[in-house]
Design a protein around this ligand. Structure first.
Ligand SMILES: Cc1cc2nc3c(=O)[nH]c(=O)nc-3n(C[C@H](O)[C@H](O)[C@H](O)COP(=O)(O)OP(=O)(O)OC[C@H]3O[C@@H](n4cnc5c(N)ncnc54)[C@H](O)[C@@H]3O)c2cc1C
Length: 294
């Protein structure tokens, strides 16, 4: 494979533990890049968009590739691929909307490599798995030279291609909380073509209901309509206390439209993206409701 430069100048490390990985990243002479599935990083290397001094492959660290139950929820290693997570039946039952995002990424081949951690840390505003994680209220464990810390997923990306991770830090795993009995989530995206394209809008909704069918908690997240995926608190608020009647859904859609701050490009104008955000959020909410009732 050609990287369009002298690839022998790039050092490559394969740490076996989180501690070793932090040591490699923090001790790098020059820019260090984490490698998970490589479906973004290798493309960027070949295009000459990044030229790190060191690549740290995190896939040999057991914690990064594990899916475990924790406090009734799930702890998912940051390097777990979409294909691996999709094979976990308990996860699919609890968080189908999160998987919907991951399973829209690229093709079967890409999904065999693409990880949640890579999708988040690449920093694309259109990353398909990120709205589902934000709607799920997921947090991530971050390791660095000062030890480990937990952060909300919505706080990890700073803007296009940028994260809030400090030098030497990387994402170890994600935690998705326990699901109560009447709960459901869903993710929908709009792409201009039928295959392999970037979302013009992505919308994820996660809902919880009481035994009478009244919404007790709602989280709505939008992708591709702002410099980073958004948690639209006002949209969730519009649904809580309702049974997702038309008025509540329209109030939620209006809150989504108000939160949009999209780019205007060949894939979609500002007006189009803004309108579609409300439509997709409504549709995703109806699917999440059906799943909660199932
Ligand atoms: C053909 C094709 C189609 C695609 N289609 C889609 C699509 O439809 N939707 C979509 O959202 N994306 C798409 N992508 C982009 C890509 O597949 C995803 O973003 C994928 O989830 C990246 O994961 P990865 O494990 O391959 O990341 P990598 O390429 O290994 O890493 C991506 C970035 O994140 C950093 N990183 C990785 N893991 C960590 C970590 N644990 N901690 C800190 N930093 C980390 C890396 O240093 C790098 O900067 C597509 C890519 C290709 C090539």
């Amino acid at each position: 494979m050609s990287f369009g430069g002298n690839v022998s100048e790039i050092q490559f490390a394969t740490p076996q533990t989180v501690k070793e990985a932090v040591k490699c990243l923090a001790g790098a002479k020059g820019r260090a890049k984490v490698l998970a599935g490589g479906t973004d990083l290798l493309v960027q290397l070949r295009a000459g968009m990044v030229r790190p001094a060191l690549i740290v492959d995190i896939k040999h660290i057991p914690e990064l590739s594990a899916v475990k139950r924790e406090d009734g929820g799930f702890r998912v290693g940051a390097a777990v691929s979409g294909a691996e997570l999709g094979a976990n039946k308990a996860f699919r039952k609890a968080w189908p909307g999160v998987l919907e995002g991951l399973e829209l990424i690229g093709s079967t081949q890409i999904q065999g490599r693409a990880s949640l951690g890579g999708n988040l840390c690449n920093g694309s505003p259109a990353a398909d798995s990120v709205p589902g994680l934000i709607a799920a209220g997921a947090t991530c464990k971050i390791a660095g030279p000062k030890g480990t810390r937990e952060a909300k997923v919505e706080d990890v990306v700073a803007g296009p291609g940028k994260t809030t991770l400090k030098p030497g830090e990387f994402v170890v795993s994600f935690f998705l909380p326990k699901r109560p009995k009447h709960a459901g989530d869903a993710y929908l995206r709009m792409i201009p073509r039928t295959e392999m394209d970037i979302a013009v809008v992505g919308a994820a909704v996660s809902l919880e209901f009481d035994a009478k069918g009244v919404c007790t908690d709602a989280r709505v997240s939008l992708g591709a309509v702002a410099p980073k995926a958004l948690l639209v608190k006002a949209a969730g608020k519009a649904l809580v206390g309702s049974k997702l009647d038309d008025d509540a859904l329209e109030a939620m859609a209006a809150a989504c439209r108000a939160a949009c701050n999209p780019i205007d490009d060949k894939r979609g104008t500002i007006e189009y993206r803004t309108k579609v955000a409300g439509v997709l959020a409504k549709r995703a909410a109806r699917i999440a409701l059906e799943r909660a009732q199932a």
